[in-house]
Write a protein that binds this ligand. Sequence first.
Ligand code: HAM
Length: 428
Amino acid sequence: MPAFKTVRGMRDFLPKDAERMRHVEQISRELAQLYGYGEVITPVVESYDLLAAKTGEEIRERMYAFEDFGGRKVALRPEFTASVARLMATKMRNKPKPLRLFSVGSLYRYDEPQFGRFREFWQANYELFGSDKPEADAEILMLTNDLLVRLGLRNFYFKIGHMGILRGILVKEGLGEDQQNSIMQLLDKKRWEEALVIARSAGVSQNCLTTLKKIFEIRGKDVFGVLKRAEEGVQDYEKAVAAVKNLWEILEVVGGSGVELEVMVEAGFARGLEYYTGIVFEPYVSEIEMALSGGGRYDKLIELFGGESIPAVGVAQGIDRIVLAMKKQRVPPRIAGERMVVVVSIEKESRAKAMELSSMLRNAGLAVEVEVMGRSISKALSDADRRGVAYAVIVGPEELKERKVVLRDMKKREQRVVEIKSLCEEIL
Ligand code: HAM
């Protein structure tokens, strides 16, 4: 037999890494509950046309697309937004708004594997439907900030822009959606010069080129100063001015909320997904050059999928990259051994009792490993010590006669005899 390996771009998660991933997932899920997002579970396989509709050229070209045995063109989902928008346009179209939906799971993109970029990765995704108000955009931003804070990340900042700024300029110059999209794709990759070449060849005015060049340079952490400059820079383009004002309002709500958010406004910031119509943002930490998450407003997607016109804003938290950032910042993992108990019997006769006590402790909510290797007490204890286990319960015949066991605090290296009936309280 060949020595099987994982397929290129795919990974196994061994317990420590799986635990880190699940921890982020768990906190994301708790956050969904705290903010009122109901979970939906949608399929990994969706129709190609749905996923390809507005996802942008880059993702479209990298989809795991194939024909199923029924001759349907399908693909593995590269993101959640299309699936959740499909629900909004169909089964959930009559639900009262606002509607907040959460999803978590694996996504697939045939990206070139490298640090922070995989072909199978995980997102925790939040979508808020039915509101076009700045409060909704602010909620999505603040929720993302909340998640990163709760996970223990430090010194992160949000890169923020607004698709309406660039689109507002290009629309007035008469560029169609496809031409706009090609320019946005290039800007997403910071290929400003090439974007200008395309704009020029599309026949935009000299004023437009000057405005775009100016816009690409307007960025900074002095939020309202930058927005002021952006507004002046685009004054000939009403829709772009409205976009700057919208961003201003959103950031005013965030700023006034008391939540401290480090923001870097970039007037020429674009994201590659084609459905965005309003604010777009990505959080970064200095230790990693890639965005940890990505989000924005997309007010036209639901109607494109045949539903009513429903405004929407959302974000996908990149679980893999968040875990990488936590490792880089040395955020300690949750200690698996904390409150973990091992139960060891001194001799064969007490092994059933050890099983019984393990069940008792688990029923009290403690994580318990029972010794199954038949090792001596000293070997079992030194193994538990090495793994950072908090307590050992040693079950021996002498103590059992008096309905007692030995409880050892592994960190303090102290042990004492305790009554079985009070064992749980002693540990908890
Ligand atoms: P996205 O920017 O394509 O947005 O992805 C969001 C996050 O998913 C990225 O910031 C990154 O952390 C993670 N991610 C994407 N591709 C990979 C990869 N190949 N390997 C590892 N991580 C990756 C979306 O997916 C939008 N649907 C977000 C959204 C939701 N907008 C509105 N609602």
